[in-house]
Design a binder for this molecule. Structure first.
Ligand SMILES: N[C@@H](CCC(=O)NCCCC(=O)O)C(=O)O
Length: 256
């Protein structure tokens, strides 16, 4: 019988008390298990290429989660961040090579929020650091509240491109999505194809064109209460299916 696919989730490195911890938000872990039907494992952000290569042999898919920290602008030749910006150099040093190697190896990838920004940077694209300060752009940051329902509630429209994967999975061309970010895509990497836009023209979803396996990312948070939202369910189902396919291939090559 086919085992459930193993879904690796790279960690943030954050201080808890006096010590750095490798950590991932519970909603990403829950969506990898419940939404995609996988067995989630957390990938420590060690920034070591040998470890990354070895890890890729153990997983059937990668979920790149959101995080309050920003990708360091040096990775996309951006201006240095403003004082007080939260970074996570250990995560950058892990996810950026991990993404490139995963694409080489045909490991399915789903990027969410910071993960969406990371894939663009890993493949040579650029980010805005403060979308709300760009001419004609909206404020994509979350409302100033501790009420999570409000924070992760629908915030703006998403126009879905008619010929993309998102449209194929859902049949929809217009939905409402949540929005909890201030970095955003300034220049899309060459190998990425936009699949959805906010009404100010900001790219909110893309696929990796010509990838060996599923490689897709969104700027919003489908993991938030994914079971209540048909668009979110469709994204995790498509990712889970790709992970199951890789699992099947891995199992048959292991028993040969
Ligand atoms: N810092 C970046 C990335 C935003 C992001 O991933 N937010 C998620 C926050 C917490 C969570 O829900 O996991 C930006 O501001 O663009």
């Amino acid at each position: 019988m086919l085992q459930k696919p193993v879904i690796g989730i790279p960690c943030d490195v954050k201080m808890i008390g006096h010590f750095p911890f490798h950590a991932v938000g519970d909603k990403y872990v829950a969506a990898a298990a419940g939404g995609a039907g996988g067995v989630p494992i957390l990938i420590p952000s060690l920034g070591d290429e040998d470890q990354i290569r070895a890890l890729l042999q153990l997983v059937d898919g990668l979920l790149l989660p959101g995080s309050p920290s920003n990708v360091e602008p040096a990775h996309y030749q951006g201006e240095p961040s403003r004082a007080g910006t939260l970074h996570d150099p250990a995560r950058d040093a892990t996810t950026l090579p991990l993404i490139r190697l995963a694409l080489e190896e045909g490991v399915p990838l789903l990027g969410i929020c910071r993960g969406f920004q990371e894939i663009n940077v890993a493949l040579g694209g650029e980010l805005y650091q403060h979308v709300q300060e760009e001419d004609g752009k909206m404020d994509h940051r979350e409302p100033n509240t501790d009420d999570l329902e409000q924070m992760y509630g629908p915030a703006h429209e998403l126009a879905i491109t008619p010929d993309g994967w998102l449209h194929g999975w859902t049949g929809k061309t217009q939905v409402r999505i949540n929005s909890i970010h201030q970095q955003g895509i300034k220049r899309l990497a060459e190998s990425l194809v936009a699949e959805g836009y906010a009404s100010d023209g900001l790219i909110e979803a893309y696929r990796v064109e010509g990838a060996r396996a599923f490689a897709f990312a969104v700027q919003w948070h489908p993991e938030w209460k994914y079971w209540e939202n048909t668009l979110s369910q469709a994204i995790f189902k498509a990712f889970g299916d790709a992970c199951r396919e890789r699992r099947m291939r891995r199992e048959s090559s292991l028993t040969r």
